[in-house]
Design a binder for this molecule. Structure first.
Ligand code: ZN
Length: 296
């Protein structure tokens, strides 16, 4: 018997939920419910300058409109800073992380790989220093239930990476890993835009001596011009009165063969079918799907 499934949806309240984010939420929900598992909600509002209370309220409303009921109480990253601070301190004490005061300009000159400038400088604690975690020169391979395995050598491709920015904001990589461990998440189902950051997260799991969750990265829907749907349709939030029709389109976008006679049916009825028949292996194993290839 493996551990019971615990999944989550973790939106950033920087804008309204649109069709692209609905697809990620729906895939995550269906995967959890099909497995008879829990589905938690976490608001990723670390970047307070971008976070909006309004957007959070509207995300919750959209989930309700689409029948995507979560378990328990939503968790907010802005209320969990102590968790991130304590772990950062531990790694600093163990010399697994260090302070960095490199100006942005110097980093840009060096290109994508941080050259380790501050690695042996032993800078003292300062609130306006960034904190970087040390990486090693070993390939890390991420396995995904849908996408092909992804291998990265962090030392060669990225260098020691930031877990706390110079403005004091904790990095997504750190928060997502600590939260997923803390909440007992067994399966991460999310948009393929986060595929590239997975090796960094797997590295943090290794440092923490924790098992990685299962991953399923859902393809992003792209427009013909190659632009992410979410950007272009950012001004077109989901409409509650269109929910049954939009849910139908979302299920088709996820390549689920929902019968025609459920088209426009109440969301609860469509979801019952979709939970029972969830087949993530039908999704294309690519990071993107073209919008024109979606049947309506
Ligand atoms: Zn530095």
């Amino acid at each position: 018997m493996t551990s019971p499934y615990i999944g989550r949806f973790a939106p950033t309240p920087s804008g309204l939920l649109h069709f692209g984010s609905l697809i990620a939420a729906l895939a995550s929900f269906l995967d959890a419910r099909h497995a008879g598992g829990q589905w938690l909600l976490r608001i990723e509002d670390l970047d307070q300058t971008r976070s909006q209370a309004d957007a959070e309220r509207q995300i919750l409303q959209a989930l309700e409109d689409f029948g995507l009921e979560y378990d328990g109480t939503p968790v907010r990253q802005s209320e969990r800073l102590e968790l991130y601070r304590a772990q950062t301190e531990r790694w600093l004490e163990q010399d697994l992380a260090y302070y960095c005061d490199c100006p942005r300009r110097a980093l840009l000159e060096h290109g994508p790989v941080y050259p380790g400038t501050c690695s042996r400088r032993h800078l003292g604690a300062r609130a306006d220093h960034a904190v970087r975690v040390r990486v090693n020169d070993q390939p890390i391979t991420c396995h995904d239930r849908l996408q092909p395995p992804l291998t990265q050598n962090l030392a060669r491709e990225l260098g020691d990476f930031i877990i706390r920015r110079r403005d004091g904001v904790y990095a997504y990589q750190l928060a997502v890993v600590l939260d997923d461990i803390d909440q007992g998440i067994t399966d991460v189902v999310r948009g393929a835009d986060l595929l590239d950051s997975t090796p960094r997260q797997v590295w943090l799991y290794q440092l923490l001596g924790q098992p990685t969750p299962g991953y399923l990265h859902v393809p992003l829907i792209m427009r013909e011009d190659g632009e992410k749907l979410s950007k272009r349709l950012g001004s077109a939030p989901l409409q509650a009165d269109q929910a049954p029709h939009t849910l139908w389109r979302a299920l088709r976008a996820l390549a689920q063969p929902i019968p025609t006679d459920l088209r426009g049916a109440p969301v609860a009825q469509q979801l019952d079918w979709a939970i029972a028949h969830w087949q993530p292996e039908r999704l294309p194993a690519t990071p993107h799907i073209m919008e024109h290839s979606l049947s309506d």
